[in-house]
Design a protein around this ligand. Structure first.
Ligand SMILES: [Zn+2]
Length: 327
């Protein structure tokens, strides 16, 4: 299998969670590969972190593991489903003063979506600029997603591609939510993703760019995205754009209080700790640092056991859990 990531923020220590597991699944087995796509817009978080430096310190020298998406947006529309319709929209849509929030379809204001978007509060205000989201005039690029017809939205195909199977219902909910809707592809603000369409220049939304470029990169039969559960909406959206979707392993959210403590662990200890923390039946997990004592004591045996666990299909990810500690 070829494991990949959505573009990760290289300045956020949280990026190491899918990377450690991706390395274990993709780089430790001769039949698999692993590529980490990095986000060009990586922004500093509260902690000081540098992914490349961390890989260096831990001697994780896998050539070309870090890659910036080189896909050009101009090549995207040709790869979309034939039912996808792109057009230039002249008119009004919702926008906040800072431009972070921009959308066309009023359904985006619905409670369920707002909860996930985390960009608009209860009073329709942008959480970044506190400005109200109001209708404003503009000219943008709009995509109409396929109708909620089972033939076009490929739900049956997707069921086989997500792990754990329990996320499927939520994926299905979001596919049905977006099917037939109009999505604003472009942004009024300048983004690094410029597209000339009909001899006009548009700036593509970075989040959509990340989703679409990852789906195009993962357009091989055995590609699999390693990601957190937050990416369920991204997956639902991506699958509406393309005939073929990559596999997805959705990791539970790792709740970490002290990132410095985590990133300062040796790579073997950390890999074993994260695998031992995995629980595919829940949405959130919290590594227990007191496990490290046991891990250090039995490191050779745990490492040996781990190296015998190979992921050839997405279902094989189920072996990776606390049962690792049962020696
Ligand atoms: Zn704003």
């Amino acid at each position: 299998m070829n494991f990949i990531t959505y573009p990760v923020n290289t300045k956020n220590p949280g990026s190491i969670i899918p990377i450690i597991l991706g390395i274990q699944w993709g780089c430790r087995s001769p039949n698999n590969t692993f590529t980490v796509f990095t986000d060009r817009l990586s922004r500093k978080r509260n902690q000081v972190f540098d992914l490349e430096g961390w890989l260096d310190i831990n001697e994780l020298h896998f050539p070309d593991i870090l890659q910036e998406s080189k896909l050009l947006f101009s090549s995207f529309p040709k790869k979309f489903k034939s039912q996808i319709n792109i057009r230039i929209h002249e008119g009004s849509w919702y926008r906040c003063p800072c431009g972070k929030v921009e959308f066309l379809d009023e359904a985006i204001l619905s409670e369920s979506y707002r909860k996930h978007l985390k960009l608009i509060d209860q009073h329709n205000q942008c959480v970044l600029c506190s400005g109200e989201v109001v209708l404003s005039q503009g000219r943008g690029l709009v995509v109409t997603l396929p109708e909620p017809d089972p033939r076009f939205i490929g739900l049956a195909d997707i069921k086989e591609k997500v792990f754990p199977a329990s996320v499927y219902q939520e994926v299905q909910y979001w596919i049905n939510f977006f099917a037939g809707r109009q999505i604003l592809l472009s942004r009024k603000r300048e983004t690094p993703y410029r597209l000339i369409y009909g001899q006009e220049e548009f700036y593509i939304d970075p989040t959509l760019f990340d989703i679409l470029s990852t789906f195009i990169s993962g357009n091989t039969t055995d590609a699999c995205i390693v990601t957190g559960r937050d990416a369920i909406i991204a997956y639902a959206l991506g699958s509406l754009f393309f005939d073929k979707s990559p596999g997805h392993i959705f990791l539970p959210r790792f709740e970490i209080d002290d990132w410095n403590e985590i990133i300062s662990q040796g790579i073997d200890e950390l890999t074993i700790l994260l695998v031992g923390t995995l629980n595919w039946h829940v949405n959130k997990v919290r590594p227990n640092l007191s496990d490290l004592k046991f891990i250090k004591k039995h490191k050779p045996a745990l490492k040996e056991k781990l190296n015998q666990m190979v992921v050839s299909t997405i279902g094989d990810a189920s072996q990776f859990s606390r049962s690792l500690y049962m020696l």
